[in-house]
Design a binder for this molecule. Structure first.
Ligand code: NAD
Length: 474
């Protein structure tokens, strides 16, 4: 039991007004579709709203609206497009409390994260790319870079509004228009964003939001009048999209899965490393593509580090995402909970040792206690497959060369972490890691100015920073 308990400090649900149903946002208007689906609060299983399910003809209309809007939007001077982006960024800041509560309700993430991480980064992305809109010819992409046309964008459920910002901000700054499909379990913040676009007087058709499941995403990426496809999601779906787009002339970026190594050397500051490990795998319930899901710890400090890690994990508060004290919220869906449960059972079955701190999980909703597996070897499935949940696989190493070899022994290559007191060691190791992002003595730090993306099965192309402009320019 913890030494003392915190009194509940719930954020007010009444800050956000969720309508009983939502239509598709096409050409600046909300309109109905033939079919609908429900979106639920994963912490309570309560239905939050009923949302339109876009079919092929709806996607057609959305792409046609984006095509019409492209002509005038792309002809605007960059400084004029920037005004809209700055306006959107400011409205997002003004409405950030409402949007943070909405995101926690629909996704299950702790309010502390949606309030302090997601929403500030969302606004920062729009501010950052607003700044680029009138400076594109200085981006190092030629004297007169041109927009591509209509961008079809498909995003996952783990950072619904942040992934939207990563996609829409650079697309609009560069003069493209957009049809975006949010994930089926988290459509609401994208629909609220549509309202932000209206509030900002964004010309109709520049941003269109089509809600639905995988089929809706497929219609969009396969649509012949889409010029650019941007996808964030699983490697499996990414592969399908790469196949369907091949030979069409569409420009493609894929941000896919990961199985990052968080490497702790024997000279690392232990307490700081423990915080970084916790942040690396339990942030956002581990629903993070770049999560530090494989801990590689130098054998000589493994016992000491694991003792500290377990003590720290025992203080994590799991529960109501709207409680400001909560560290770990709800798993986003029943399907995701089943996958995490299944892979964890496989881990135990393959001989790894499973440990979770004592923690009471709510009766309703989808929950999984923070878990670590020790005695994991490279051959275990939990060392190779992305679990996408609050589950850490711990492996040990003896030499830097062994750490590098184990870290790179994965089909993925999205991110990595290095913990060491020695700058020279950090640089030498980072240089040999095949990962798009390498954090040193920190983890899961994001900034709109910094490019993000993977190697190998983690995808290709970069989002964020000056590099992020390239994906939207010819
Ligand atoms: P998913 O691939 O199942 O779904 C992602 C999106 O694609 C959803 O909107 C879904 O409706 C849509 N989709 C499904 N089938 C489709 C198809 N055939 N054609 C077009 N669209 C389709 O992934 P998920 O479970 O929602 O998200 C988790 C995955 O996303 C993890 O693997 C994670 O690592 C990855 N991810 C990667 C990044 C990154 O930047 N690299 C960021 C966040 C998440």
């Amino acid at each position: 039991m913890p030494l003392f308990e915190y009194a509940p400090a719930p954020e007010s649900r009444s800050i956000v007004d969720i309508a009983p149903s939502y239509g598709l946002f096409i050409d600046g208007e909300f309109g109905e579709a033939k079919d609908t689906f429900k979106t639920v609060n994963p912490a309570t299983e309560e239905v939050l709203s009923e949302v339109a399910l876009a079919g092929p003809e709806d996607v057609d209309r959305a792409v046609a609206a984006a095509r019409r809007a492209f002509e005038s939007w792309s002809a605007l001077p960059g400084s004029e497009r920037a005004k809209y982006l700055f306006r959107i960024a400011r409205i997002l800041q003004e409405r950030s409390r409402e949007l943070a509560v909405l995101e926690s309700l629909d996704n299950g993430k702790p309010i502390r994260e949606s309030r302090d991480v997601d929403l500030p980064l969302v606004a920062a992305h729009f501010f950052y790319y607003a700044g680029w809109a009138d400076k594109l010819k200085y981006a190092g992409l030629g004297p007169d870079p041109r927009p591509l046309g209509v961008a079809g964008q498909v995003i996952p459920w783990n950072f619904p509004l942040l992934m939207l910002a990563w996609k829409i901000a650079p697309a609009l700054a560069t003069g493209n228009t957009v049809v975006l499909k949010p994930a089926e379990t988290t459509p609401l913040s994208a629909l609220f964003f549509a309202d932000v676009c209206r509030q900002a007087d964004l010309p109709p058709g520049v941003v269109n939001i089509v809600t639905g499941a995988g089929d809706t995403g497929r219609y969009l990426v396969e649509h012949p009048d889409v010029n650019k496809v941007a996808f964030t999601g699983s490697t499996e779906v990414g592969r399908q999209i790469a196949r369907s787009v091949a030979g069409t002339g569409k420009k493609l970026t894929l941000e896919l899965g990961g199985k990052a190594a968080n490497i702790v050397f024997d000279d690392a500051p232990i307490d700081q490393a423990v915080e970084g490990i916790v942040n690396g795998i339990f942030f956002n319930q581990g629903h993070v593509c770049c999560a530090g899901s494989r801990l590689l710890v130098q054998e000589s400090i493994a016992t000491e580090l694991l003792d500290s890690l377990k003590r720290r994990m025992a203080t994590l508060r799991v529960g109501d995402p709207l409680d400001k004290n909560t560290d770990v919220g709800a798993i986003n869906s029943k399907a995701q909970l089943d996958r995490i449960t299944e892979l964890s059972e496989i881990g135990a079955g393959e001989g790894a040792e499973r440990w979770s701190p004592p923690c009471e999980l709510p009766d309703r909703g989808f929950w999984f206690a923070p878990t670590i597996f020790t005695g994991v070897t490279q051959a275990h499935r939990i060392a190779r497959e992305e679990i996408f949940g609050p589950v850490l696989s711990v492996l040990t190493f003896r030499t830097p060369a062994e750490a590098i070899e184990k870290a790179n022994n994965t089909p993925y290559g999205l991110s990595a972490g290095i913990w060491s007191e020695k700058g020279s060691r950090i640089l030498a190791v980072a240089d040999k890691l095949r990962a798009g992002v390498v954090w040193a003595n920190t983890f899961n730090k994001f900034d709109p100015t910094s490019p993000f993306g993977g190697y190998k099965e983690s995808g290709y192309g970069r989002e964020g920073g000056r590099h992020g402009l390239e994906a939207y320019l010819a």
